[in-house]
Design a protein around this ligand. Sequence first.
Ligand SMILES: Cc1cc2nc3c(=O)[nH]c(=O)nc-3n(C[C@H](O)[C@H](O)[C@H](O)COP(=O)(O)OP(=O)(O)OC[C@H]3O[C@@H](n4cnc5c(N)ncnc54)[C@H](O)[C@@H]3O)c2cc1C
Ligand code: SF4
Ligand code: SF4
Ligand code: SF4
Length: 373
Amino acid sequence: MRKSEKMSTVCDIDMCTGCRACENVCPKNAIRIEDSIGALNAIIDKEKCVDCDTCKKVCPNEVLCELREPIFWKQGWAPEEIRQHSASGGAASAIIMSFVKKGGYVVSCLFEDGDFIFKATNNVKDINKFAGSKYVKSNPQNIYEEIKTLLSRGEKVLFIGLPCQVAGVISLYREYEELYTMDLICHGTPSPSLLKQYISDEGIIWETITQIDFRNNNRFGISINGSRIKPNRVLDSYLLAFLNSLNYTENCYSCRYASIKRVSDITLGDAWGQLSDKMDKGVSLILCQSEKGIALLETAELHLEEVDLSAAVDANHQLKHPSNRHIGRRRFMKSLKKNGNFKRAVFIALPIACIKQKLKDLLIELHIIKDYV
Ligand SMILES: Cc1cc2nc3c(=O)[nH]c(=O)nc-3n(C[C@H](O)[C@H](O)[C@H](O)COP(=O)(O)OP(=O)(O)OC[C@H]3O[C@@H](n4cnc5c(N)ncnc54)[C@H](O)[C@@H]3O)c2cc1C
Ligand code: SF4
Ligand code: SF4
Ligand code: SF4
């Protein structure tokens, strides 16, 4: 374990992804994940710890998971009724649907009772609850025991999550043949505390939220209980910070999964820069790293087309390198610490971008430009 003067942590200081694999295996319940907004750390309670090193053996930052090049790739989209409610082309929902229809269990992230948690299900009626990108750090803490129980019973389990979360699942359960994994191309995630702070700055009470959306196909922007905070053309402060790589946790800026070599059987993202006339409704980029991944793709109801992989990689920096820390990140964090106001901190870090969005908002309000529907 790592020891600084102040604390012991499972992996290097500020490099924890929050996958929580270590917490799950500690026999003494000695680990807690500390979220300091700018970084996560898996802190060890020295009073309880017996130095068994089990946590270190499952930490994907300490014992690296194998990363593999894609062996098969396509772009495509799901049938309209799935695609329209999905983040991108709806490939994730379509693959989940076919997996569950064939009798498997899917484990995926959803928003419930104010938290971004994971659920396991083998019921097709639950599947639409997973759809949509949640641009925030989700928490798999609650789901590991259930995954283990299902796999031990011989069930087929498909885990879908961020690459670092897939790494956590693989490091715990790699010996199970019935485990399938699907990861998202990921350019970084902010702490959920930042999202809560933004929502509060907008005068919305977190506890009243039953549904939160960050994006619908190619339109980015937060919607609360079905209503967008800003008009369609205008980016809210949260998405502005997110898309400018201002507010991720520290580890994301050196993410080892930001590469064409992937951790899972199948990887999904956006097929940017390809079928531009189809992009408005969302087109998924689908990369298979194993025969299991190809099997998942083949059984899903998806319209598939050829994709130029090198062009897709060129248009998606996360397949080449981690996001670059925005130059204004220090100003953002300093202001947030001082004033506790998310919107003001984003303005201080990204003044020109914020003014542009404010101007658009005003012009729409005055009916000088039209919002699109
Ligand atoms: C934080 C984040 C960053 C991303 N960055 C990029 C990028 O740089 N380039 C790119 O091409 N694509 C990126 N994506 C992926 C993209 O936004 C879509 O999620 C992906 O293309 C799948 O779209 P879909 O229509 O197939 O998914 P849908 O059918 O809408 O299903 C989405 C699936 O993703 C899961 N999911 C969503 N958010 C999370 C989360 N926070 N944690 C765990 N699971 C989650 C859902 O549970 C669901 O299973 C990112 C996604 C996230 C969540
Ligand atoms: S070394 Fe063992 S007891 Fe100590 S925190 Fe890690 S798993 Fe827990
Ligand atoms: S196992 Fe996951 S949560 Fe634990 S220290 Fe490693 S990266 Fe962090
Ligand atoms: S950028 Fe990497 S470390 Fe950060 S959330 Fe995404 S996969 Fe995890």
